[in-house]
Design a protein around this ligand. Sequence first.
Ligand code: SER
Length: 314
Amino acid sequence: MKRILITGALGQIGSELTLKLREIYGADQVIATDIKKNDSEAVVGGPFETVDVMDVNKLMEIAKKYKVDTIMHLAALLSATAEANPIFAWKLNMGGLMNALETARELKAQFFTPSSIGAFGPSTPKIHTPQDTIMRPITMYGVNKVAGELLADYYYYKFGVDTRGLRFPGLISNVALPGGGTTDYAVEIYYEAVKKGKYTSYIAEGTYMDMMYMPDALRAIIDLMEADASKLKHRNSFNVTAMSIAPEDIAASIAMLVPGFELNYKVDPARQRIADSWPDSIDASAASEEWGFKYKYDLDKMTKDMIEKLRERL
Ligand code: SER
């Protein structure tokens, strides 16, 4: 990993991953791309190109121009948005992935793309969901993620592309907001806690999902990409998680720092249906065994950092 191209660099993960990679590998070595441009640090702090991942020619041209040896493909629609527009989601999530994989094949580049807990479905074991298990998702996002995992593995077996991936849980951060995910409530709750001291959750009480703080997610991406290939039995994609929590758990954690914090519920049936089809808690032991996955932030440590950072900013 010496010269890296990122798609979706202005999204939830990309906004922070771009800066982190530039810190480690050098600002000029990380080429940020996105379909839109803004004046954020990812755009002004190093090379940036406007690229629509549906345009394979442009993607190839930019990858060749910078002679990249790694592609991190992050451009995608999240679960709730994909469910609202499934045909477009298939085109963007699968078409974009195929174009990014083809670019990696052409350049003999290493390849990363995130999968998700959304790749699982109602027939998957819900507790300690194993690395290798039943994957029959009932959302377009999940269908895209399972197909994407298989396609990325196929590029490894068939063409020798060094593809690697992580099944991310809900990611919580205080930098870029997620757009249209089912787990977004776990981010919004912190913003509203700091701004108003209360939050109305669209996910029902008692709904457990895995979550992870963004610094741990970024570390996991880098550690996986730097891992010794001979140790990897799996590739696409590894279960990773830091906590299995429900809305009331986050509320209790917040209430220790925001006295009187109030949590109410107004359940959104569309997103609740998605959440109910996902695991309660996944098992990340394959990631620990094969490339040493670990996390630093549990719920309370994450809450402390989130509240501190948001209080400074808002
Ligand atoms: N956070 C994502 C979503 O809710 C899950 O991968 O769509």
